[in-house]
Each structure stands twice: as C-alpha cells, then as structure tokens.
Design a protein around this ligand. Structure first.
Ligand SMILES: NC(=O)c1ccc[n+]([C@@H]2O[C@H](COP(=O)([O-])OP(=O)(O)OC[C@H]3O[C@@H](n4cnc5c(N)ncnc54)[C@H](O)[C@@H]3O)[C@@H](O)[C@H]2O)c1
Length: 438
C-alpha cells in the first residue's frame, strides 16, 4: 500500500518504518526541515532500540522516504496517518491545533479517495472535527476518517509495533475497515486481535488504557509509601499481589512517579473530557495528585536526610530519561528532582546513557553532566537513582564507595537487594522498603 505518515516523532517514525518493513511504500512528512534532512542522509533522529536497522534497510531499498512537502506525500499515497503532537493546553485539554491544521491542509490537497487516520492520542469527538475540517474543501466520497490509537511503548516501540497485543480501529466505513484489516494483518499473524469499533470508542480506549496504567502506578506508589510507615516491604507485597491472576505481575513497580510524553497529559486530558461532560472523575484527580507528590519522593528523602545541610552538598544523579531505553525526557521525574535540588542549593552531577544532551539544553552549566556513571559519583555526598537503566543494576559497589564522600544511596527504582546493601556498608533508602542504615 502507499502510505504517508505526517509527523515523524517517536510514533510517526516507528509507524512509517514498520509499515515499510512489511512491504508498503511509505513517505514520512515533517515540518522540521533539519530533521528531514538528517533522515534523508540516513540518520535516525531519536534513540529507539532496533529502529536503526529497519530504518536503514527500508530506506536503502526505497520503501521509506522523507519530505517536508505535504503535497508530495498526499499525491504519493492513499492512506495518511496523522502522528502529530497533541500536547496539553492550559486547561489540561489536548491541544488539537496540529491535527486540525494538517486536516485543513489535507482538504486542499487530496484529489483521490484517501483514508485519513488519527494515530495521535486525541479526545473523543476528534475524528468528527477532522471530518469537518476535511469536508470544508473536499467531497465526502473522497475520504474516510479512521481512529487508530497507538499503544507502543518507547524503549520497545519497534517490537510493540511489529507484534502488538491488539490493534484498535475505529471506523464507520466498510471500505476503510477492509483496507485497515489488510494493512495490519501481517502484524497479528500469531492471533492477537484487530478490534473494530466506532470512532468515539476507539478514541476513548486509548485514554482508558493509559489512565488505568497510570492508576496502577499511583496506587502502588501509595502502597509503597504506606509500607515505609507501617514497616512492610513493598517488593514482597508486589509479588504477593501480582501472583493473583486477576491482578497480574506487570506494572506494579513503585517508583518516583510516572512521567513521559503520554501518561501525564493523557490522564489530564481524560479528566478534562470528563469535566466537559459534567462528570467528576474522582479517581483520575487522585491519580494526578499522588503523582505530583511522588515525583519529588527522592528529593524529599534527600531533604529529610541532609536537612539544611543539603545546601552546598553534591548529589550524583543516575538516570535522566523518563524511563530506560529512550532519550525522551518529557515530564521526566529526574527533571523535578534536579529542580528541587538546585532550589535547595545543592550541586548536581548527572549521568544518563542516552538523554544527556536533551537535559543539557535545559540546565546548561547549572548541572555537571558526566560521561559515565562512576564519574558522576566522584566527590558526591550521595547518589540518587531516578531511572532504572540496566547498566545501573550490577555496579561495582567497592568503586562506588571509594568515589562517594559518604556511602549513601537514595534509590527511586529499588534496584538493589537490602541485605546486599547492608553487607556492602551503604546507607540505602529506597521506595516502600525499610531503609538500611549504615
Ligand atoms: N511517544 C509515545 O510513546 C506515544 C505512544 C502512543 C501515542 N502517542 C501519541 O502520538 C502522538 C505523537 O507523539 P510523539 O511522541 O511521536 O510526538 P513527537 O513530538 O515525538 O513527534 C511529533 C512530530 O510531529 C512533527 N510536526 C509537528 N507539526 C507538524 C506539521 N504540521 N506537519 C508535519 N509534522 C509536524 C514534529 O516536528 C515532530 O517531529 C501524540 O498524540 C502522542 O500522545 C505517543
């Protein structure tokens, strides 16, 4: 099939590349001319495991192209995915400026039957707005609007896209349904479902899924905080809970709150949608409240430990990306931690395997950025772990002790065994477990 993907970010680039990988001809459009130029030269502009090899192969074989010219992409395709940003507006609603702007442009460019697909996360009713924007300049027989929310996770996006748990398609057109089924069949050969539904339900499904996952995280963070006070160990509780097949083992890890480009804005947007329908979605308000507090959990612990003396202390920070295996720092808990530490007058020495350059753009010289994890410890008064990159899981504890001024670790991801930390002689404070006091 001939496909255009408008917006070549984390979702658009993975979508375009994976559709090319199944033999389709794909043209990716972006307004960022620098980015398009880099991609034309063969550079992947984001860090996403496994993407580069597919990107290179499909570009070399001529199935994956890049342009800044929307018209070129529209002329070359009969399926157009919108993978554009939907950032939060001031009132928490999803800002549809990008989606509706491009829909308007498309209404002037489409000349043959085309399926226009919302892949961005958009509120209930957006497909109708896209339809209205298209019909301004276009005959209704020339297009169908489809909702196809994306569920990929950054860090494993390629695998998620190639082997999705499910594909959700919202449409009221049989013609579009048939084409979407054919497009996605190669990705669900093992039997996972392509679920067809009406447009509004498809739009709601994405928000419901993300908000439920955010709820699980906030719930576990509350359990963890209570475990600390009540003398329980959240790791044991998590295993005991997760073994119940009604609950399941995944997504039960407490930490320093959820971040990233999706959960915070999607929970907020769903609460906003609820408000528009005069519905007080009380759980969502609690989920957001818990997360706002939790993302300062490590900074709170550092403040409680050092008191006034945090001013002038040097804190090593491991992990800047909002989660491992990505360079995405949108709403990353590390940024909240850094802000709080700088406010308290502490110095920060930070290391991340992939996200450093993005964070450097925000803080410049206010933070010392290190080339490796041990360099960050050199002369620091304590280590704070914020992102659970694998490389932090089995460090050289002796070397850490020799570099740190004091053997103190605040671990927002529960990476280490309590007994092991006791033996190694660390002061070790994690989430939802009793602190090891050296
Ligand atoms: N990132 C994720 O993990 C993820 C997962 C599922 C769904 N989503 C949703 O997918 C959508 C896109 O997210 P993302 O993370 O890929 O965003 P992103 O910010 O990484 O990428 C968006 C791209 O769109 C481009 N763009 C902006 N305006 C444009 C225009 N008028 N024409 C062409 N290109 C334009 C930008 O230059 C950028 O490259 C959002 O709605 C998001 O909520 C994201």
């Amino acid at each position: 099939m001939k496909i255009a993907v408008v917006g070549t970010g984390y979702v658009g680039l993975v979508t375009g590349t994976c559709f090319a990988e199944t033999g389709n001809e794909v043209i990716c459009v972006d307004i960022d001319a620098d980015k398009v130029e880099k991609m034309k030269q063969g550079h992947v502009p984001i860090y996403e495991p496994d993407l580069e090899v597919l990107f290179e192969r499909n570009q070399r074989q001529g199935r994956l192209k890049f342009t800044t010219d929307l018209k070129e992409a529209v002329d070359a395709s009969d399926i157009i995915f919108l993978a554009l940003p939907t950032p939060p507006g001031e009132d928490g609603s999803a800002d549809l400026r990008y989606i509706l702007g491009v829909a308007k442009d498309l209404s002037k460019l489409i000349t043959k039957y085309t399926i226009v697909i919302d892949k961005s996360t958009v509120p209930v009713g957006t497909a109708e707005k896209v339809h209205a924007a298209l019909v301004e300049n276009l005959d209704e027989s020339l297009f169908d609007v489809v909702s196809n929310p994306e569920f990929l996770r950054e860090g494993v996006a390629v695998d998620d896209f190639l082997k999705p748990d499910r594909v959700v398609i919202g449409t009221d057109s049989k013609k579009a349904e048939d084409k979407m089924r054919r497009l996605y069949e190669p990705f669900v050969r093992s039997g996972n479902p392509i679920i067809f539904m009406d447009l509004r339900s498809a739009e709601m499904t994405k928000y419901a899924a993300n908000s439920y996952l955010a709820t699980r995280i906030s719930f576990m963070n509350e359990i963890a905080n209570l475990c600390e006070k009540a003398g329980a160990d959240v790791d044991a509780v998590r295993k005991g809970m997760g073994s119940d097949s009604r609950i399941g083992k995944r997504f039960l890890f407490p930490g320093v709150g959820y971040g990233g480009s999706c959960f915070p804005k999607d929970v907020q947007a769903l609460a906003h949608t609820a408000g528009q329908h005069d519905y007080d979605f009380r759980i969502l308000n609690a989920v957001m409240g818990v997360n706002t507090k939790q993302r300062f959990r490590i900074a709170d612990k550092l403040e409680a430990h050092f008191g006034e003396e945090l001013k002038g202390k040097t804190i090593a920070l491991w992990g800047l990306a909002f989660k491992p295996n990505t360079d995405d720092i949108r709403e990353a808990p590390a940024l909240y931690t850094i802000d709080r530490l700088l406010e308290a007058g502490a110095q920060v020495r930070a290391f991340d395997p992939e996200a450093t350059e993005h964070v450097r753009k925000i803080y410049g010289e206010k933070v010392t950025f290190c080339e490796d994890q041990y360099e960050a410890l050199d002369g620091a008064d304590a280590l704070a772990i914020v992102t659970e990159w694998s490389v932090f899981r089995t460090p050289d504890f002796d070397r850490m002790k020799s570099l740190l001024k004091q053997p103190i670790i605040f671990d927002g991801r529960n990476l280490y065994d309590l007994e092991r930390m006791q033996e190694a002689g660390f002061h070790y404070d994690s989430i939802g477990r009793q602190p090891v006091v050296s």
